[in-house]
Write a protein that binds this ligand. Structure first.
Ligand SMILES: Cc1cc2nc3c(=O)[nH]c(=O)nc-3n(C[C@H](O)[C@H](O)[C@H](O)COP(=O)(O)OP(=O)(O)OC[C@H]3O[C@@H](n4cnc5c(N)ncnc54)[C@H](O)[C@@H]3O)c2cc1C
Length: 509
């Protein structure tokens, strides 16, 4: 019998473990995957992007029942082991109702102020580098970022300056990097394989390194890998979870605890709840509202690769962002979204994402000149965009919304790049190509167990406690009420710190 069971070791689960570790309570962390092996393939983009060496082989279904292999990573550290570590706070306005081209982004039951101190703690825990005040939309904080911004490499600085001359306000991207990890030699190091790769050098601030490893230093904290949660059972009152059923290397086992923290990621947490239906919850656990799995969001995302006239020898290009179109402007009645640099692509990444088939040397040439951008627009919550489970298999029913703003965003970036005259290459027919991310790329998943004051229309309360159960907290991307247009991980980390503090001050006192 444990005091607390945490399910999942991603941004939410690992941060909860870190926050609760010094409570002295007996904590068990359940993770379905294993540690990502440290091997030379970590940095081999053919293995990572073309052969999908580290993504699950599970198949999911789309709304038409067609199966696909999702880009999900089941391992210690969850998706943060592969993320780009761009660690943004949501904007103050994101917590309020905002009109978009596609509809309304609803208000949250909490405000930015409720998360502010935890955002700062999260930035410290994840070693964020950045420049406070450089991003015109960033919420004010008198405290600086814990670390100075990462310098732009020469070609990136050139593009940064060109965009500034054009009239935009590019800013230093907040990035989580630890240049002095205690697990590897503290030698000079150049960031390189980063976005999408597991970082064998342990410089990337992922949840395993920044939070879980610290929690595991406490003797009261235990991690069980290869432990997939398949069901949560309730006691006879139907108000409390009394058993967590796990599958461990083919064997079914039961573990128990007073408090359950579900952090399996927005999609898997919804799936676990839906699979845990019983006589008290015929539609799925914690689901009297019928909202579990609904309002699934993952952003409108596009990777845009622009081809510079000169070669781009950059090793680490992910150092600036653009938020000039984050809010409505004189030109655009509604918000368009956010733009940031991506890690520098190579021929294998370009080939994996290319809309056209071409001989290898074409991709090599393109990669030599590629400048990589990532565009994100808000996805609006729609109850029909949802996660369900069919015969044990996850189904994602999703129809995109708010595409118009995203298209405007793309055209604004292309216009700005074109204005420099440096993206009109005679080498290529087009000077850029882009790929919108579909449901097989659920990197920014959120919204499936949304937060709210009314138990009839939401799954968790303002402390992430399930309305229907006394001892269930859901702390992963599921609590999002709206998606905002910046990357989600820092908000998940900050919320885990906030809920952890709440538990320490109440139930664990
Ligand atoms: C390539 C890539 C790039 C990204 N870049 C960024 C970025 O730059 N900035 C940013 O903010 N976000 C980024 N993200 C998104 C970010 O990684 C996620 O928002 C974040 O990891 C979500 O945290 P989570 O705790 O909700 O879930 P996850 O990190 O997905 O963790 C869930 C954990 O639960 C485990 N699990 C699942 N099911 C079960 C089960 N049944 N039993 C036991 N364990 C289970 C999983 O194995 C996993 O460890 C990126 C994601 C990807 C894939």
């Amino acid at each position: 019998m444990y005091d607390i069971i945490i399910i999942g070791t991603g941004a939410g689960g690992s941060t909860m473990a870190y926050k609760l570790a010094d409570s002295g309570k007996k904590i068990l962390i359940l993770e379905r995957g294993d540690y990502v092996p440290v091997e030379k393939e970590n940095w081999n983009s053919e293995e990572v992007f073309e052969k999908n060496r580290y993504t699950t082989t599970d198949l999911w279904l789309d709304k038409n029942g067609k199966s696909f292999r999702p880009g999900m990573h089941y391992n210690v550290g969850g998706n943060t082991k592969f993320y780009g570590a761009a660690l943004f706070r949501l904007r103050e306005e994101d917590f309020k109702e905002i009109k978009h081209y596609g509809g309304v982004s609803p208000a949250w039951p909490i405000q930015y102020e409720d998360l502010k101190e935890y955002y700062l703690e999260a930035e410290q825990l994840f070693n964020v580098h950045g420049k406070r005040g450089a991003d015109p939309t960033e919420p004010f904080d008198s405290e600086p970022y814990p670390n100075p911004p990462l310098p732009h490499e020469p070609r990136i600085q050139e593009i940064f300056d060109e965009l500034k001359d054009y009239g935009l306000n590019p800013f230093e991207l907040p990035i989580g990097v630890n240049f002095t990890p205690h697990t590897t030699a503290n030698a000079p190091y150049t960031l390189d394989r980063f976005d999408g790769f597991p970082d064998a050098s342990e410089r990337k601030s992922d949840a395993h390194l920044c939070a879980l490893s610290k929690a595991l230093e406490y003797p009261n904290v235990e991690l069980m890998t290869h432990s997939k949660v398949i069901k949560l059972n309730t006691d006879s009152s139907g108000r409390k979870i009394n058993e967590v059923i796990i599958e461990q290397d083919g064997e079914i086992k039961t573990v128990t605890s007073d408090i359950i923290i579900l952090s399996a990621g927005a999609i898997n947490s919804a799936a676990i709840l839906l699979q845990s239906k019983n006589e008290h919850f015929p539609n799925g656990l914690a689901n009297t509202s019928d909202q579990v799995g609904r309002n699934y969001m993952f952003h409108q995302n596009t990777a845009l690769i622009a081809l510079y006239t000169e070669p781009n020898p950059t090793k680490f290009g992910k150092t600036f962002g653009i938020n000039d179109f984050y809010h409505a402007t004189a030109k655009y009645e509604f918000p368009l979204g956010h733009i940031q640099m991506l890690g520098k692509s190579d021929e294998h990444q370009i080939k994996a994402d290319s809309p056209i088939a071409a001989p290898g040397f074409t991709f090599e040439l393109m990669a030599k000149h590629a400048v990589d951008f990532w565009l994100t627009s808000e996805d609006l919550p729609d109850p029909e965009n949802r996660v369900t489970v069919e015969n044990g298999q996850i189904k994602i029913s999703y129809t995109d919304n708010n595409q118009k703003g995203h298209e405007f965003l793309k055209s604004e970036l292309i216009k700005a790049l074109k204005a420099s005259g440096k993206f009109e290459s005679f080498l290529f027919k087009g000077y850029y190509f882009s790929k919108g991310m579909d449901i097989a790329s659920p990197a920014h998943q959120n919204g499936t167990t949304r937060m709210g004051l009314d138990p009839k229309s939401s799954v968790v309360d303002v402390n992430c406690k399930a309305h229907d159960l006394e001892n269930l907290y859901i702390v992963d991307g599921g609590f999002f009420v709206s998606s905002g247009a910046v990357n989600p991980a820092l908000t998940i980390i900050a919320m885990a710190l906030r809920v952890g503090e709440y538990l320490k001050n109440t139930l664990l006192k």
